[in-house]
Design a protein around this ligand. Sequence first.
Ligand code: ADP
Ligand code: MG
Length: 427
Amino acid sequence: MSTDLNSQGSSTPSRKRSKWDEGDDVEDLSAPTQVPIPKKRAKHSKHPRLPTDRVSSSPPPQPLPPTRRNYSVYVPPRTWHPTIQSSRSVYCYERLNQIEEGSYGVVFRAKDKQTGDIVALKKLKLDEEKNGFPITALREIHSLMTCRHENVVRIREVVVGDTLTQVFVVMDFIEHDLKTLLTNMPSPFLQSEVKTLMLQLLSAVQHCHSNWILHRDLKSSNLLMNNRGTIKVADFGLARRYGDPVGVGGMTQLVVTLWYRAPEILLGAKTYSTAIDIWSVGCIFAELLLKEPLFQAKGEIELLSMIFKLLGPPTKNSWPDYFNLPNAKTITLPSPQPAAFRSKFPHLSTSGIDLLMSFLTYDPEQRITAEEALQHPYFTESPLPKHPDLFGSFPSAAAGEKRRKVFDSPSAPARAANYNLLTELDM
Ligand SMILES: Nc1ncnc2c1ncn2[C@@H]1O[C@H](COP(=O)(O)OP(=O)(O)O)[C@@H](O)[C@H]1O
Ligand SMILES: [Mg+2]
């Protein structure tokens, strides 16, 4: 679902776009790079007045004399923290084209004026935030920096626009996202290609999990792919650390886009872990094979019934904890039926079916881990994974080479409206 940020009214000053990301493609490259400093002090400022501004006609306030400190003697001066530097301005980049206007921000293709590098700039959505820099934006930046890996999109820096609400994450530009690619490519990936892509995805997920980061929104539109056969996991907007003590409210259930959401979240589990990302990996594996999403449900109940139909309903054996989950009592399970995997994936080998079933295992405790999956025999049987260099290249919709509307899929769970929820309950 796309939201047109422009159409949501211009009365709120924080909704203003910077000159940089206005729709006008002919950019004023000489635009100012400094935030203007307000001349007047607030009438009811909480800070004591300095003697210099008692008379209104007096010259502008002078800087404090060098002998007066405005910080404690015990706090080292800022110069003692050489690693803390102010962010560069967005005007260091020339705006090329808008790639996507998603639910939570806009992504642009841009050019670094110094190096000529082509990059992607994602504008973080800070509009509605009243309580400082939102925790979700901090998590996105922190997770990208923590999870540096060949198969995770590389964050280059964070730059700022004209006001405090204009913050952009600068990343390497990657030609495709898998959702657009799968829709536009004439035939599905070969088995050998699916294996390469799955190994890369699992390697990235294993890396995130070993760094205590849950992605919480793995899906085809958040997987980027370059023209050299390499996948990069992107969009850490819902990511968080796991393993820390969880607050009384539990972890938020407003995670993972519906079609990729694990059954334990659908059934109201208050805590969850790395297994939720693995369920999404299973849905992506199936999507690579089918060339369309596996569970295209309209709502949570329909999704559960599609899952039960494909896998057979859960039993005491397959998911001992099922009957303790909050929403399990409200659900009437269908009568037992065999899993319908084989007929849905007629071309997948027996070990391929085994791997898919290991991802889509009901019980999160029994679900395979990324590390285990990387060792699965599916990847060592014929046909072997294709070398990334042998992948064909495709026209890049993101670079404006070809553009076609892709099918509609549900968007990630609302984040902006739930900042408080995330802040209060999800620590
Ligand atoms: N580094 C990038 N290079 C190229 N395209 C990108 C990049 N990052 C994001 N995109 C495009 O923008 C879309 C939205 O970005 P994403 O980070 O997923 O934001 P959102 O939180 O709005 O979903 C992606 O699906 C992809 O098409
Ligand atoms: Mg996204």
